[in-house]
Ligand binder design. Structure first.
Ligand SMILES: NC(=O)c1ccc[n+]([C@@H]2O[C@H](COP(=O)([O-])OP(=O)(O)OC[C@H]3O[C@@H](n4cnc5c(N)ncnc54)[C@H](OP(=O)(O)O)[C@@H]3O)[C@@H](O)[C@H]2O)c1
Length: 333
């Protein structure tokens, strides 16, 4: 490889935040023991926050953002990985504390990487990216009601923030698992899109606003919640006995206001999802399930491939809720 390559650099000198496409040097990659040529990265909500102003997430500057990527190994000091192995990285604070994936090359700790399953390729891996991986984690948390808890079959599952990255892919996976998916959205014009992903029923986000009783009629065997905030009060009150709520997001707020009643009267389970810290074993299992549960033709039709320049123009739309679908970043475009 040439020692020089391109990356997006964010900086914050004298309180002035900047983001530029710059040429950097292999020696600038100081962390880790595996050097990777990046094929794709993806644009996630957290990336947009970081590109905007660091998002109070990145503390050291100048910095290369990008919380996920797929690529091929160039050099490895760990014999778990050899040259040309295809690898996936999501989370582990890469793109937050360690230089990330909006770059032609990255160097990371070998303990953060998994090999791309033979059933996928590196483009498909980032069409899913952190959003798809999180959706897989949430969906298997719901399925655990059947296998892990040996409970009743899951039938009805609610998904919130359903037109978002995590929500959309969760709808696809859960319907493929055979469940009736009820999609909550604030976007009235997206009914056909959600039905096409596999949603049986669309519910207006407004239905979850306002006061809730301590317990309401139990409707949901499982809930994938990407939104958090006040809607969760009502959602907990509507979960059936032993139902599981997989909570992964805060698009609607960080506070939840609830009572113990759903938990002690109905045994409702709140299952927090942290995709960034998932174990390597869990990652390998979930990524190997992806091709069985995901219709990549459908995701491809919702995915735009961005250059670095396109990325810098696109991320503000994601923050304003104006971007729709998945965005993968090709550093060589
Ligand atoms: N825990 C983890 O490991 C993990 C991993 C990935 C993402 N996340 C989090 O999961 C959440 C979703 O991520 P994403 O990538 O899917 O984001 P996204 O693509 O921006 O989607 C979020 C969706 O939430 C809904 N929404 C937005 N603002 C809302 C509001 N004020 N009240 C209620 N609903 C609102 C919208 O869907 P509708 O218009 O259809 O309602 C929006 O499309 C984010 O909070 C993200 O930080 C967590």
């Amino acid at each position: 490889m040439s020692d020089k390559f391109q990356a997006i650099i964010i900086d914050n000198q004298n309180e002035k935040f900047t983001r530029d496409i710059k040429e950097i040097n292999k020696n600038d990659l100081k962390d880790g023991n595996v050097l990777i040529k990046i094929d794709y990265s993806s644009l996630n909500y957290k990336d947009a926050l970081i590109l905007n102003n660091g998002g109070k997430i990145v503390r050291k500057f100048p910095f290369v953002p990008g919380i996920d990527f797929s690529g091929k190994v160039v050099e490895s000091e760990d014999n778990k990985f050899k040259k040309d192995d295809k690898v996936i990285l999501t989370g582990f604070r890469v793109g937050e504390a360690y230089f990330g994936g909006f770059s032609q090359y990255a160097k990371v700790d070998s303990n953060f990487l998994i090999k791309t399953p033979d059933s996928l390729d590196n483009k498909k891996a980032m069409m899913l990216g952190t959003a798809g991986f999180t959706a897989l984690q949430c969906s298997f948390a719901i399925k655990a009601r059947e296998d892990l808890l040996l409970g009743e079959k899951v039938s009805d599952v609610l998904v919130t923030g359903s037109t978002g990255g995590v929500g959309s892919i969760a709808i696809m996976i859960l319907s493929k698992m055979g469940y009736n998916v009820h999609a909550v959205t604030g976007k009235r014009d997206k009914n056909d899109y959600l039905k096409n992903l596999g949603a049986k029923n669309i519910i207006d986000r407004k239905e979850f606003e306002g006061e809730s009783k301590l317990l309401e009629k139990g409707i949901w065997d499982g809930v994938v919640d990407t939104v958090g905030g006040s809607a969760l009060t009502k959602i907990f009150a509507q979960v059936k006995p032993n139902g599981i709520v997989a909570a992964c997001g805060n698009a609607g707020g960080i506070k939840i206001n609830t009572s113990v009643m759903p938990f002690i009267i109905r045994g409702v389970k709140l299952w927090g999802i942290d995709s960034s810290g998932a174990s390597i074993k869990r990652r390998e299992f979930l990524w190997n399930e992806a091709d069985k549960l995901i219709d990549f033709d459908k995701i491809q039709s919702l995915t735009k491939e961005l250059s670095f320049k396109d990325l810098l123009e696109t991320f503000p739309k994601l923050l304003k809720g104006e971007y729709f679908g998945r965005a993968i970043v090709n550093p060589n475009k």
